[in-house]
Design a protein around this ligand. Sequence first.
Ligand code: NAD
Length: 274
Amino acid sequence: TTVPSIVLADGKAIPALGFGVFQVPDDQTRDAVSTALQAGYRSIDTAKIYGNEAGVGQAIAESGINREDLYITTKLWNDDQGYESTLAAFDASLERLGLDYLDLYLIHWPVPSQDLYVDTFKAFQKLKADGRVRSIGVSNFTVDNLERVIGETGEVPVLNQIELHPKFNQSELRAFHTGKGIATEAWSPLGQGTLLTDPVITAIADAHGVTAAQVVIRWHLQIGNVVIPKSVTPSRIKENFDVFGFALTPDEINAIGSLDDPAGRIGPNPAVFG
Ligand code: NAD
């Protein structure tokens, strides 16, 4: 299976489907990532705060896959924001991952109360200029946060990783991203599993002879998102990758889009978190 790529504004390509490891304990991460790499995933999404960069690194080292064929993302945690502390945190993450460059580095949360995300992004620019990271982006940024980074650094983050699933589909933020050439990456793309019994989704799954998780992943891909579902169950890891043998119709895409709910957010609100 060849996973389609999305070309970022800096010219680099990111696989549209990757594997997330939030809440996977470090000692289980090596096995989960090894299973994912064997299933065909080449993009892995971790973060310093997940405490499992070392497990990701072990699975990469054991995989025998060429570094250039992998796409590795990690994230800077909130208490490491600031110019010098960002440079140090990056070195520590790369060391735990056992890598000599990173594909994508993200500011995990804006934390507006700290007011350090602009300085942090300036450190990201330095890391990119030094060739240590290929692409630099953000996570959980609002329109206001993005406009401020763009205005004060002159550089557009290439990607914003945000909570996004059928019950919280972020249509306004996605439209803003499109206007600025920012790629949208969906976290908790399956609503942490809570969406998978929704009757609209299960009816579409039955019509295609696929699972509800496969329908939701397919929806993300067809609306242009980068998507990073998580599982530690080998059969589900494989199932979530097996989404290239069917396509949703425009009516089905619209029906899933209509599940959007103003109360659908699962995670923290970035305007006040941190
Ligand atoms: P998710 O939406 O990917 O849901 C994962 C859960 O769904 C699993 O634990 C399991 O319970 C269920 N599931 C997965 N596959 C299934 C299947 N085929 N059938 C039935 N149930 C299935 O949730 P997530 O882990 O929160 O999000 C995915 C990734 O996004 C994370 O691992 C992480 O990498 C990233 N993330 C980022 C942030 C951020 O702030 N940037 C926050 C949360 C998650």
